[in-house]
Design a protein around this ligand. Structure first.
Ligand code: HEM
Length: 261
């Protein structure tokens, strides 16, 4: 039964305004006008729902899971070896871009460019060493990361697919390391690559074709240098980034880091 005007509870104008204001806040209209801090995050009040909301709505935070299992944040479980491998990949990309400003991949310039990089360019020697040592460290950390995953049995269901992605990433890491090795164009590089490509030449059936494609000819020369340079700075890093994205996405989709046994 409808209430008469006298029976209805008295609502003051101020109360009405407050109610209207509250229903407006949080509505689309409000959000489209009052979003000055929305580039980074929404306002934060501490409740489980709000914590999730903040993570999901920030471009930076949403890369992280809303919830993590307690063991996953224990450094002693993963030793952060996957994270360390990724950090080294970023470091190698940044230092590699620096090196590209001073290096020309031709038989006449390559060795000389490295020498002048070390002697005449500010921080040149340091950045070159960061790139070289970083590469060695990345091979080591990726291998140790794989050993950690194996030790924890994290290759088992539902993570088999991510293990396969991992094997591809290990191969790419080794290929990046090997192609970079030739670029200083010194005796060490030439003979190391001569041994490596000769070994590949002994692969069954397609051995000599593989060797020919890798060398860009029948022996190591200027064509090999250019070919390996393009593979090293462009193709392999590009493929690696794609597989890294799938690898990280898979970690999340497989329910986060595997649990302790
Ligand atoms: C460029 C190389 C690689 C990078 C940057 C990388 C990065 C990562 C990161 C950040 C994680 C999260 C957990 C952690 O830090 O341990 C992870 C997990 C994992 N990675 Fe890798 N990874 C690489 C290579 C590999 C390789 C070579 C394998 C195995 C053949 C592998 C297999 C896995 C598996 C199965 C997981 C899930 C582990 C778990 O749930 O405990 N990854 N990886």
């Amino acid at each position: 039964m409808a209430l008469t005007l006298e029976e209805q509870p008295k609502v003051t104008l101020k109360e009405r305004a407050t109610k209207l204001n509250e229903s407006l806040k949080g509505s689309q209209a409000w959000n489209s006008i009052f979003r000055p801090g929305s580039i980074f995050r929404k306002g934060y009040t501490d409740s489980p729902r709000n914590r999730s909301y903040v993570i999901m709505n920030s471009v930076l935070y949403h890369l992280h899971p809303v919830k993590v299992k307690r063991h996953a944040v224990k450094v002693s479980y993963t030793l952060c070896l996957g994270g360390l491998s990724f950090f080294l990949f970023i470091l190698l990309t940044v230092t590699g871009i620096f090196l590209m400003f001073f290096y020309r991949p031709t038989a006449t310039n390559a060795w000389q460019d490295i020498q002048s990089l070390q002697t005449s360019v500010t921080f040149g020697l340091m950045v070159r060493n960061m790139h070289r040592w970083g590469a060695h460290l990345m091979v080591l950390s990726v291998f140790l990361h794989m050993a950690r995953v194996f030790y924890h049995g994290a290759y088992k269901a539902p993570r088999e697919f991510n293990w396969v992605i991992g094997v591809i990433l290990l191969t790419l890491t080794l290929l990046l390391s090997f192609t970079g090795y030739l670029l200083p164009w010194d005796q060490l590089a030439l003979w190391a690559v001569a041994v490596g490509t000769n070994m590949m030449g002994y692969s069954p059936v397609i051995g000599s074709q593989v060797r020919f494609v890798l060398l860009g000819g029948v022996e190591i020369g200027a064509e090999t240098l250019l070919r390996w340079y393009v593979l090293h700075v462009l193709l392999f890093p590009f493929i690696t980034v794609i597989f890294l994205a799938v690898h990280f996405w898979r970690v999340r989709k497989d329910g986060g880091i595997s649990g302790p046994l």
